[in-house]
Design a protein around this ligand. Structure first.
Ligand code: BDP
Length: 666
């Protein structure tokens, strides 16, 4: 299936089916019976052919009789399965996958393919699988020029030189993400720099072709549009959401769009954020802005996804009272209950911006009458830019498991975004994605585990980071125990290791401004972005309790107390919530300064061990992947040392306190 010219060739990630002629599962894949037709059905059949061919060395055939077939794919009517779930059952000679809709069967087929590839025991008992999150979304930050904002794996495979690309790779991308249950994608950058034309007549036909390709895999397509579109492409002199001409313009535009792209999911909007236009210009609220668009798109069953990443990026760093962490809640809590049903608020996991460690945004649980999506970032903008290994699934697990206390039974973030807590259906989870046109899709081969893992977790938030890592390793590399042990050992420790050599204890942001790569202690300190650590010779961190910026008051009481109390505030967030002396003793028994020194030395040692362990895989995995990861681990080691030295030196010079262990710090 891959295009074979070198420049554009690409790999099949976890769908790289490897020949195993002796597999005992073969018996279920002699022939299939299917009782429905259409694009999804065609794609299911194609996938089964590809799979049986590569895995077992023959082509599965169709069988018209249920009785004689080994794999039965059936549409049924079963309320318990919902729109996307499936039922798997098994007799001695037959596998039966049943669902209410074609997409459920597609998910079932990918599920059994995964089980075969993982040699899983799951093919030995009956089960039902129903996704926990209604919306499982990937956001691409691709510009139409072909560049990707915060993209670390090459260029866009959606756009090139201002045009939409339609090719085999797009189709493969659709099946890759459908195989792990993604059901929605947004294809262009939230910062709509050059994509205004996407909603002009010239581009709608191609957009429709794209939409159809993804529909064949049960995936809805969204696009980011600019709030100022009536001005930029409509020639109006306002984008005021309450202005009649503006409303008429949007209504007409939606009619045109949906006439040509009837299956479009809707729009994603970044407004009044980092220089993007929005309703604030006209003295209107975000509810005014979002509802106006929602009204226009409603007759086509469209949805408006509206981001809550709204803050003042023009702050005065001398003002110790303003706090960027507060802004999401301050802006959106008062609007709770004011959004139309087809508006969903998209909320970043933390109150700042995808740092290696942040508390959960208090908007989760804070908003009780609003559809909401949890937004995470698998593009590793602040977590090593896919040059460092940083498996983010353990972080996402912590976020999903966080109890907001908004509800005594269903208070966890995972409950809220599943729709359970507040009885909603327009809810779910989204990741800013990490793919590009690199041969391996994600730059770092091990970053593939974040794409895979995010999607698996979106389907089933109860899976563990370990289970997901194992599944991914077995399908991407192989089932060899040593491979599974070594790679999962690296993956499962990598987030913590990355955190160790970064900015300590939740303060974040010690990165180079703009590109956000590599250490820079004061790069953002005396600047307008509101990301301060406020280190001086006395101490470091920010008081975000009621005696400081008051951010903690945005949480429910139990969490407010947890974070405010220096004794109960978890070590890893101590400096996010408190300003502390370098000699303050952490729960770990170490002083802050000694913790900084130790963790930075430890982090480098961790990377040394990743590299050493990786080298043991030379003969056990594909040489191309082996080398690519090896090179990146070597780079990571050098870079981790730079992080260690810059951060340790900085704190040594600020505090004048020596390392107890007498190690060399500049
Ligand atoms: C920040 C990125 C910036 C994005 C912004 C966003 O640095 O490129 O545009 O998030 O989420 O992390 O809108």
């Amino acid at each position: 299936m891959a295009i074979n010219n070198i420049e554009n060739s690409y790999e099949q990630v976890w769908l790289e089916y490897k020949l195993d002629k002796d597999s005992s599962y073969k018996r279920f894949f002699s022939n299939y019976y299917i009782n429905f037709s259409g694009d999804i059905s065609n794609n299911i059949i194609k996938e089964l052919a590809l799979f049986t061919n590569k895995k077992f060395g023959y082509n599965i055939t169709e069988c018209k009789s249920i009785k004689d077939s080994t794999l039965i794919l059936k549409l049924v009517s079963d309320k318990t399965l919902g729109d996307e779930g499936f039922d798997f059952s098994l007799t001695k000679t037959q596998v039966i996958i049943k669902a209410n809709n074609a997409v459920g069967v597609l998910y079932g087929v990918f599920h059994i393919i995964r089980d075969v590839n993982c040699n899983s025991t799951i093919l030995e008992y009956n089960f039902k699988s129903i996704p926990q999150n209604p919306l499982r979304i990937l956001n691409h930050w691709d510009n139409m020029s072909g560049e990707i904002e915060r993209g670390y794996s090459g260029k866009s495979f959606f756009f090139k030189d201002g045009e939409i690309i339609i090719n085999e790779r797009i189709k493969d991308y659709a099946r890759i993400i459908a195989s792990v249950g993604i059901n929605t994608i947004n294809i262009n950058n939230v910062n709509v720099y050059d994509a205004h034309k996407l909603i002009t007549e010239e581009y709608l036909e191609k957009l429709n072709t794209l939409t159809d390709i993804f529909k064949g895999y049960g995936i809805k397509l969204f696009i980011s549009v600019s709030f100022a579109s009536p001005m930029v492409i409509g020639g109006l002199n306002s984008a005021d959401p309450l202005n009649k001409d503006v409303i008429t313009w949007w209504k007409d535009r939606c009619r045109l769009i949906y006439k040509m792209v009837p299956e479009l999911g809707g729009f994603l909007i970044k407004a009044d954020s980092e220089g993007r236009p929005g309703p604030f210009t006209y003295g209107r609220t975000h509810a005014d802005g979002a509802n106006m668009l929602a009204e226009c798109i409603d007759e086509f069953n469209g949805i408006i996804i509206w981001r809550c990443f709204v803050y003042n990026c023009q702050q005065d760093w001398r003002d110790t009272k303003t706090d960027r962490a507060r802004s999401g809640y301050d802006n959106f809590k008062p609007l709770d209950g004011k959004f139309k049903d087809n508006v969903i608020l998209q909320i970043k996991n933390g109150p700042m911006d995808f740092q290696v460690r942040e508390p959960v945004s208090p908007l989760f649980g804070g908003l009780e009458n609003t559809n909401q999506l949890l937004e995470v970032q698998i593009a590793q903008e602040y977590t090593g830019q896919q040059k460092h290994v940083c498996y983010l699934i353990p972080m996402f697990k912590e976020i999903l498991d966080f109890n907001t206390y908004c509800n005594s039974k269903y208070g966890k973030v995972s409950d809220i975004i599943s729709g359970k807590t507040f009885n909603k259906t327009n809810t779910g989870i989204v990741a800013v994605t990490n793919t590009g046109d690199d041969q391996n899709w994600t730059g770092h081969d091990l970053a593939g585990a974040n794409l895979y893992g995010f999607a698996r977790l979106a389907w089933d938030t109860t899976l563990t980071a370990n289970q997901i890592a194992e599944e991914w390793i077995k399908q991407t590399f192989n089932n060899n125990k040593k491979v599974v042990d070594i790679v999962s050992g690296i993956l499962l420790n990598s987030w913590e290791s990355y955190e160790k050599y970064n900015a300590p204890l939740g303060i974040g942001w010690m990165v180079n401004p703009n590109n956000h790569f590599g250490p820079n202690v004061d790069g953002y300190e005396y600047d307008r972005w509101g990301t301060y650590h406020r280190a001086d010779h006395l101490g470091v961190g920010i008081d975000r309790t009621k005696t400081g910026t008051g951010f903690t008051l945005q949480f429910y009481k139990k969490n407010e107390e947890l974070f405010s109390n220096i004794k109960t505030c978890p070590d890893e967030l101590k400096l996010f919530f408190h300003r502390l002396d370098y000699n303050f003793v952490l729960d770990s028994g170490k002083t802050i300064i000694q913790h900084i020194y130790d963790s930075h030395f430890d982090g480098v040692e961790d990377v040394e061990s990743f590299l050493k362990n990786w080298k043991n895989l030379k003969a056990l995995i594909d040489n191309k992947s082996y080398k690519r990861v090896l090179d990146r681990l070597k780079f990571q080691l050098t870079h981790a040392k730079e992080w260690r030295d810059v951060i340790n030196t900085y704190f040594y010079r600020k505090s004048s306190i020596s390392d107890k262990k007498g190690r060399y710090i500049y």
